[in-house]
Design a protein around this ligand. Sequence first.
Ligand SMILES: [Zn+2]
Length: 398
Amino acid sequence: MQWFRELTGVKAVLQRCKEFPMTTKKISPARTIAQVLLGLSITLSSTAQTSPPAPAPAKPANDRDKDNKATLRAFAAIHPIDVHVHVFKTDPAFQKLLERLHVKLLNILVMDDTLSYRKQLQPQIDDAQALARSSRGHIALCTTFDPYKFESASFTTDAIQQIDRDFARGAVAVKIWKNIGMEIKNSSGQYIMADDPKFDPIYKDIASHGKTLMTHQAEPDVAWGPPDPSDPSWSYYQENPQWYVANQPGFPSKQKILEARDHVLAGNPELRMVGVHLGSMERDLDNIASHLDKYPNLAIDTAARMEYLMLMPPEKVRTFLIKYQDRVLYGTDLDLPPDAKFPDALKDWQSTYARDWKFLATAETLTVEGKQVHGLNLPQPVLHKIFRSNAIRWIPGM
Ligand SMILES: [Zn+2]
């Protein structure tokens, strides 16, 4: 995102964000900064608009703070659930924020062999369980298994044994990540796919425990396409070129990876699946809709893809969210890595929650990537489902 680099006065923010490696490859430092700036640069118009309003002059900082405080109070009043975060540490200020916002988090584990603190599974599980216990009911755990052990003879039984242990200790869901489909290869050199028979007993086990599978399969379209600085994910691939696969001959197509995910849905009708990041169909609401129609065991989360919704025609997004109001879960992909600095890190959280609430719940006008975006002003019952009750229904134990 070139635009923010051109702004002056953000050096300190840039510096802070560059100090920590991101916990998830989904949020680059650039993206996090963009979120901060979006949060700071949101401009408001107080009444519902029938036509695009003239750009309002930026409000003084203390007015914006007041606006954000009021917005966060409305957000908190719904007792929101954020089903997609990556939290590696806590702090009294963070705990206080969760309590003030009445927010509950689903903390998602991922095995990532490129990040020291995500390489080992058991330490992550132990830490995440301790974090959940200390959170006074504000953090639940989505565990995972180690897909890098795919070729081990006991892979499937080991994975089942471990997730069953995690369920017994309170885990409410299991995550599979994009390294399945895009990174890990089998002994014959093929990328392993989500519908590999070795995974099937694991899916059956999750379903038999009444738990939920969270799937991050593939990546945004732009990872397979030409460079596109206007795409909200583009800056991520500049920071994480290993996931930009457009120039890699023989790399699996996005369609192939998502078809494997769809085979899991079709083959496991008893398994509830949340396709995170808008089910990786971020540019195409019609495609999401046809998947939701076809697979009653599928829901989606909004994590790290809210900007795609913000940049689509608002009437289309509003109609979609009302029609599929039982199938969309609010998630952010916010993170708190081991070296996050408090209280600065909490500003990202608050500005993201304020921005998302304004977009979905109000008729205010936001400025997103230089564009005027109209809030969708969704009906209260729909907001209650997206921000709370869908999470409880799709991920029992939340
Ligand atoms: Zn994530």
